[in-house]
Design a protein around this ligand. Structure first.
Ligand code: HEC
Ligand code: HEC
Ligand code: HEC
Ligand code: HEC
Length: 446
């Protein structure tokens, strides 16, 4: 009996040893599982709370939270949210009759998007929910629930209680796969109008396209204020103006001159992708604004999105060996663009001054006046396209300078037409802005 027990025991031990060895060999031969693919929590589709996603991806989450800490400014950008109207009072005149003459602050970090839209004086009782479209990670779930049309038809105040979080993971990623995706239905529609299916974009292209969910020119269509990108003809400035002209769209009528005006929003995507050196070289928004950083052995994309000038070694140093040199180039480019922008603003103000006098003159030639208004509309939108773009020209320096040169030319032509329409040579006065004392202060909402 004893012998048999021994034999059985030895047999069992041998079998167990073989099994254990097999399991160990199997485990050893498996590919290493990156942390990212072992979710600690299951993230529901469109999950608005970034903290839930953050359980799985603590580095991306904690770096995203840092966008709330950025307060410093650079020469032309930064995160303090300074007032453009106070820095450059010309813009009070240029936006007269429109809410941007009441308040116009510089962009801040993504963590502030929701608080800033709720605090702005530009939101009034009749403002639609549309204005929340680029401000909150609650949106993808709300769009899935009520559709773009249902969402935009609501008033700002009606949807406000559903807004809990500022921009977060759900604005850029698909839960589960973590793919970068188009989350804004208006971007999807805008690509469709151009015959583009964004699902065919490469990963590197999506590192730019994901920002186009928000950093684009847009307008609102009809009573229900449907968010729409004016891209049916293409995304170059001439194609956008042609689009607005074809549909006869205007954001507001300029007081005094009677010009049907267009307001540009923040066309970083259209501006950067219009043949800039970096875009043509295959560089993406995320390369400069979300550079890879290290946490011990782990490499991840910094989600602390801000001006790359705060850490050019991380943002530019991955590709450029001489970082001091390229930062100096940024300064030179921005100073040039700024000077050209101010010259364009001075020309626009001279044109507006002349056109206001001419429009009030009953003997003025209506045909010439109408031509002057068309030039004013076009010139000011082109100026705004560069001015409202947040890089002071850096994203595409040649494009910025060529647009601003054209603005000054068109604005001076508008001024001359106003003088010609009335025969009043006083309307050819230049530098009107410098005679205004004290400089214009932000207007109060009516
Ligand atoms: C080659 C690097 C580079 C690329 C690519 C790039 N940017 Fe920038 N971006 C910059 C620099 C430099 C500035 C100027 C920052 C400043 O003036 O402080 C800037 C400024 C900005 C700002 C304003 C920042 C602030 O502090 O106010 C925004 C918004 C922005 N970029 C968005 C984008 C988007 C969206 C894309 C892609 C469509 C993009 N950028 C592509 C380098 C880049
Ligand atoms: C869901 C909409 C949305 C998406 C997607 C988005 N942004 Fe923004 N971004 C905003 C808004 C809104 C602001 C301004 C927030 C404010 O001023 O309160 C902003 C601000 C910024 C700023 C200024 C930060 C600062 O501190 O001054 C930069 C830079 C920027 N975004 C870059 C990007 C880049 C690069 C991408 C793509 C990787 C991107 N954004 C994607 C909506 C978005
Ligand atoms: C404004 C858009 C945006 C937001 C918001 C955002 N991400 Fe990302 N995320 C990106 C981009 C762009 C990349 C680079 C993707 C690539 O290279 O394919 C990225 C990459 C990642 C990656 C891949 C690994 C890496 O670091 O490159 C993970 C994981 C990730 N994000 C998690 C998150 C989480 C979690 C949140 C919310 C806390 C979040 N992201 C919010 C744009 C965003
Ligand atoms: C992913 C790579 C990459 C990153 C990141 C990058 N660059 Fe570049 N940059 C390029 C390439 C490629 C060119 C094209 C010229 C060349 O081959 O040197 C270029 C060209 C330039 C030029 C010359 C542009 C011209 O029109 O002649 C400047 C200035 C510049 N970069 C500044 C910067 C700054 C500032 C940053 C950081 C904010 C930056 N770059 C980040 C790849 C990059």
């Amino acid at each position: 009996m004893k012998k048999y027990t021994h034999l059985i025991l030895v047999g069992v031990i041998l079998i167990l040893t073989a099994l254990l060895a097999g399991v160990l060999i199997f485990l050893k031969s498996q590919p290493p599982q990156p942390r990212a693919f072992q979710p600690i929590v299951e993230v529901a589709p469109f999950e608005p709370d970034s903290a839930v996603w953050g359980e799985n991806f603590p580095n991306q989450y904690s770096s995203m939270l840092l966008t709330a800490e950025n307060r410093a400014d650079t020469e032309y950008g930064g995160s303090s949210g300074f007032s453009h109207l106070e820095r450059d009072p010309r813009q009070v005149i240029l936006f007269a009759g429109y809410p941007f003459s009441w308040e116009y602050n510089d962009d801040r970090g993504h963590a502030y998007a929701l608080a800033d839209v709720e605090a702005t004086a530009r939101v009034t009782a009749s403002t639609h929910a549309t204005c929340y479209s680029c401000k909150s990670s609650n949106n993808p779930a709300l769009w899935a629930e009520m559709g773009r049309e249902g969402y935009d038809a609501l008033l700002f105040s009606e949807i406000a209680p559903r807004m809990e979080y500022s921009i977060g993971c759900a604005n850029c990623h698909e839960a589960g796969t973590m793919r970068l995706i188009v989350t804004n239905p208006s971007l999807e529609t805008a690509f469709e109008a151009q015959g583009i299916d964004w699902r065919n974009f490469s990963r590197q292209e999506m590192r730019t396209v994901v920002c186009a969910n928000c950093h684009v020119e847009y307008y609102m269509v009809g009573e229900d204020k449907i968010l729409t990108f004016p891209w049916a003809n293409g995304t170059r400035i001439d194609q956008i103006i042609a689009y607005y002209d074809e549909i006869g769209f205007a954001d507001w009528t300029y007081p005094g001159t009677g010009t049907p005006m267009l307001k540009a929003q923040h066309p970083e995507f259209e501006f950067f992708t219009a043949g800039s050196t970096h875009y043509e070289a295959g560089v993406a928004c995320a390369d400069c604004h979300m550079p890879y950083v290290r946490d011990g052995a782990a490499k991840y994309s910094s989600h602390n999105i801000h001006s790359p000038l705060f850490d050019p070694m991380a943002a530019c140093g991955q590709c450029h060996t001489d970082v001091d040199y390229v930062v100096e180039r940024v300064n030179v480019i921005q100073d040039q663009v700024f000077a050209a922008k101010i010259a364009a603003e001075d020309a626009l103000i001279d044109a507006i001054t002349a056109l206001s006098v001419a429009a009030a003159d009953p003997r003025a030639d209506p045909v010439l006046l109408e031509q002057a208004r068309r030039l004013h509309r076009r010139a000011q939108f082109m100026w705004d396209f560069v001015s409202a773009e947040n890089s002071m020209g850096f994203h595409n320096p040649e494009y910025a300078l060529s647009i601003l040169t054209e603005v000054t030319n068109l604005a001076r032509q508008a001024q001359m037409l106003a003088a010609q329409a009335t025969g009043n040579l006083d309307l050819l006065q230049t530098g009107v802005y410098y005679t205004i004392d004290p400089p214009p202060a932000p207007a109060s909402p009516p």
